[in-house]
Design a protein around this ligand. Structure first.
Ligand SMILES: CC(C)(COP(=O)([O-])OP(=O)([O-])OC[C@H]1O[C@@H](n2cnc3c(N)ncnc32)[C@H](O)[C@@H]1OP(=O)([O-])[O-])[C@@H](O)C(=O)NCCC(=O)NCCSC(=O)C[C@@](C)(O)CC(=O)[O-]
Length: 264
């Protein structure tokens, strides 16, 4: 097990190919300070090129919050130009999460409001603790979601429900969030990491290059018409044909054993 502490973001790289990233400002509800965004960016840069990492879990430290979004105390002293830059900064970090080649799971241990939920929406799957709440609360602060929320939420749950949630700034409990498709699962907090790790393990044993190509095909394909999407799928599949892992999958099947994929 290889553990590195990078200031406000903690990373644990496990021997089973799962990395756990923990936002670590519990005293400020894990809100996105400038420092945390800079540390997070560095962590994402490292994970992106680490072939030993097959799945990434993102969670928050403490029991209160996954992430409370923009740091509203830092924001208070900013001029208009600084606000603009700060919003772009959060948005680009969420985009960097979305662009990680590995599958990502948000393990939502506490509240995920504003940019906190936007971060979770940048992940591939979301699991919430039953004690948590989620919401795009921005309009209650007389702003709008600025880190992708107005775009990713409607794509995930449909226009009408996304508009309702953004216009009302409603804070949902996790049962409601599961029922409308924001979260895949809700489990008691004591079981949250186990649930996320269970999902991550089921992914990590599969072909790592296949996981990456499946993510590309789904994420790019969902943005375009079906014919273009099918072409994207074809290209993603083609990228796997000459891999050693594909041959290993066939060999393991013939030999009635579990495959050992190397990501090659
Ligand atoms: C998180 C709960 C539920 C905890 O509610 P609670 O359990 O009652 O505890 P609390 O309110 O006492 O919070 C605990 C500590 O965390 C701090 N804290 C808490 N949130 C933040 C924050 N965002 N920024 C900075 N500090 C925060 C809070 O100030 C306090 O510190 P203390 O005052 O004791 O020193 C409550 O504090 C709350 O509702 N916070 C606001 C959540 C919210 O609406 N977030 C959205 C922010 S806007 C945004 O994300 C915009 C974005 C990203 O889309 C675009 C942009 O960048 O503008």
């Amino acid at each position: 097990m290889n553990e590195t502490i990078v200031k406000t973001v903690q990373v644990e790289k496990r021997s089973d190919g799962i990395a756990i990233v923990t936002l670590n400002r519990p005293e400020a509800a894990n809100a996105f300070s400038k420092q945390m965004l800079s540390d997070f960016r560095q962590v994402l840069f490292d994970l992106k090129v680490d072939d030993d990492v097959r799945v990434v879990i993102i969670t928050g430290s403490g029991e209160k919050a996954f992430c409370a979004g923009a740091d509203l105390k830092e924001r208070k002293g900013m001029c208009d130009a600084q606000v603009k830059q700060a919003v772009r900064n959060i948005g680009s970090v969420v985009k960097a999460v979305e662009d990680l080649p590995q599958p990502t799971i948000a393990a939502i241990n506490g509240v995920a409001f504003g940019g906190g939920l936007e971060l979770a929406l940048g992940c591939d799957l979301r699991v919430g603790a039953t004690e948590a709440k989620v919401g795009l609360t921005e309009t209650s602060l007389a702003i709008i979601p600025g880190a992708g929320g107005t775009q990713r939420l409607p794509r995930l749950i449909g226009l009408g429900k996304a508009k309702e949630l953004i216009y009302t700034a409603k804070r949902l409990n996790v049962e409601e969030a599961v029922s409308i498709g924001i979260l895949e699962y809700a489990v008691p907090r004591s079981e949250l990491l186990q649930k996320a790790l269970g999902l991550a393990s089921a992914m990590a044993k599969n072909g790592p290059l296949a996981l990456k190509q499946a993510k590309i095909a789904i994420n790019q394909g969902i943005q375009v018409d079906l014919a273009t999407g099918l072409k994207i799928e074809e290209l993603a599949y083609d990228a796997l044909i000459s891999t050693e892992d594909r041959l290993e999958g066939l060999k393991a099947f013939a030999e009635k054993r579990s495959p050992e994929y190397k990501g090659q």
